[in-house]
Design a protein around this ligand. Structure first.
Ligand SMILES: Cc1cc2nc3c(=O)[nH]c(=O)nc-3n(C[C@H](O)[C@H](O)[C@H](O)COP(=O)(O)OP(=O)(O)OC[C@H]3O[C@@H](n4cnc5c(N)ncnc54)[C@H](O)[C@@H]3O)c2cc1C
Length: 419
């Protein structure tokens, strides 16, 4: 066997530090009061603090120890997600009579923030799954709700949200996938791009064109895996979000019963956007969890790493940077929670606030994680250290569920057209 060279020694040192950091990291998550100024439990009710603790514990015990492996081996952790569902996280804001937890949007945000500290990618998929279950619960009739929701809430079955197409991303209302009525079925033709969970999930909530051009010609159908004419593209290779597959979803004369349509014909775009309002808060909450974890990782690194004869924590430039990160984290959390409350109360400002939260929080939290990586120096660039995975995993939050440019369009439209 070849002798260990300098590189190997560095790698081994990295691994040792990494194990130490992970232990510190997990301990911090369990003793969240350790830094009161960023404590995410302040201001919450006793009940919210309880399920937040459940989510933090689940993140620390069931997710964080595996997040690097799920990323590197691209494992979709089905059994872990089913365990999360046993805690009520499969249908958090779905009504209890069809198996959901019946919690509020704010409660949901608190849970996704906590879970993300253990694995952003897995939590983000769980959030998309929750969004789909809510769409069926809210816009489906009783027969559809009873048929689909219980299995989704238990995560016996998994769901995917299908809006984007190869030719329609930001301009989602220009989608082309057609659904032609033939007897008591719609015949679907077309394809969806970038579908999270695609190929591995069971229930596809699909926006398709049943009428003329524009948003009013779009309907929403639930397509079940195994339906003839439904197939999938190759699994995409991604920068992050590797614990969940992303594939194209393809329809070739795919016959879907009319009884699988959610709401009326032409209501599909509205249903899709209503789903995304909550989705945007959820994705922002996932960014919050990553930023919270990254601040703790950076703080711990500054406290142990010595350069120029003293710990980095003694350097005022780095102290100020850490203070800025903490301030932006807390500002982000306040905005997410305000948007969640607005959505829960169906306030007139809800759509804009959800967009503001998504824009501000996913941008700021990415910067926080990136700065945390910078504070780790070269170690931050090693896959042994969790901080790089937080950076990679949340980068896409600035792109999906409406890009942050689209968020600016929604906010400015509200400012310029409402008097
Ligand atoms: C990992 C991953 C998972 C995803 N999961 C799903 C999923 O589960 N379901 C689903 O339906 N979709 C999913 N998406 C798709 C995602 O929602 C789209 O990628 C996103 O909406 C952007 O569309 P696009 O990629 O076609 O970019 P484009 O629309 O082509 O935009 C390219 C760039 O131009 C900017 N731009 C476009 N128009 C304007 C304008 N008018 N003004 C200013 N800037 C503009 C955009 O903001 C962007 O920066 C996923 C994407 C990724 C990467």
């Amino acid at each position: 066997m070849a002798a260990l060279g300098p590189l190997s020694r560095t790698a081994r040192l990295g691994c040792n530090l990494c194990r130490k950091h992970r232990l510190v990291f997990n301990r911090n998550l369990q003793r969240r009061g350790i830094a009161s100024c960023i404590d995410p439990s302040y201001g919450l009710s006793e009940e919210q603090k309880e399920f937040q603790k459940v989510a933090f514990d689940f993140a620390a015990n069931e997710m964080a120890p595996h997040m690097a492996e799920w990323d590197q081996k691209e494992i979709f952790p089905v059994e872990t997600m089913r365990k999360a569902a046993q805690l009520g996280f499969g249908g958090i804001y779905v009504q209890p009579e069809v198996g959901g937890s019946g919690l509020s949007r704010l409660d949901t945000s608190i849970i996704f923030e906590a879970l993300s500290t253990g694995c952003v990618s897995t939590t983000a998929y769980i959030s998309i799954h929750n969004m789909c279950a809510w769409m069926i619960d809210t816009f489906g009739n009783n027969e559809q709700r009873e048929r689909f929701c219980p299995d989704l809430c238990s995560m016996e079955k998994f769901a995917s949200y299908c809006l984007t197409e190869p030719g329609s991303g930001s301009d989602a209302a220009s989608l082309l996938t057609s659904a032609r009525l033939k007897g008591d079925h719609y015949i679907l033709n077309g394809s969806k791009a970038f579908i999270s969970g695609g190929g591995d999930t069971d229930v596809y909530v699909v926006m398709c064109r049943t009428g003329g051009k524009g948003p009013k010609g779009i309907s929403c159908l639930v397509v079940e895996k195994g339906t003839p004419g439904l197939s999938f593209g190759k699994k995409e290779k991604k920068v992050g979000w590797n614990s969940q597959p992303t594939r194209a979803v393809i329809f070739e004369d795919c016959a879907v019963p009319v009884t699988n349509r959610l709401g009326a014909e032409g209501q599909g775009f509205n249903i899709a956007m209503k789903g995304l309002n909550g989705g945007r808060i959820n994705i922002a909450s996932c960014s919050l969890g990553a930023a919270h974890a990254s601040v703790l990782l950076a703080r711990d690194h500054l406290l142990v790493r010595k350069q120029f004869g003293e710990t980095l924590a003694n350097n005022q430039f780095l102290q100020f940077k850490l203070a800025e990160m903490a301030t932006k984290l807390v500002a982000s959390r306040l905005l997410v929670r305000e948007a969640a409350t607005a959505l829960q109360q169906s306030r007139a400002d809800a759509v804009s606030l959800c967009s503001m939260a998504k824009l501000f929080v996913t941008d700021e939290c990415f910067n926080i994680c990136n700065q945390a990586l910078q504070m780790h120096g070269g170690y931050g660039y090693l896959k042994d250290y969790a901080v790089q995975q937080f950076v990679r995993d949340i980068r896409v939050h600035q792109i999906l569920e409406g890009t942050n440019e689209v968020m600016r369009m929604i906010i400015s439209r509200n400012l310029l057209t409402e008097s």
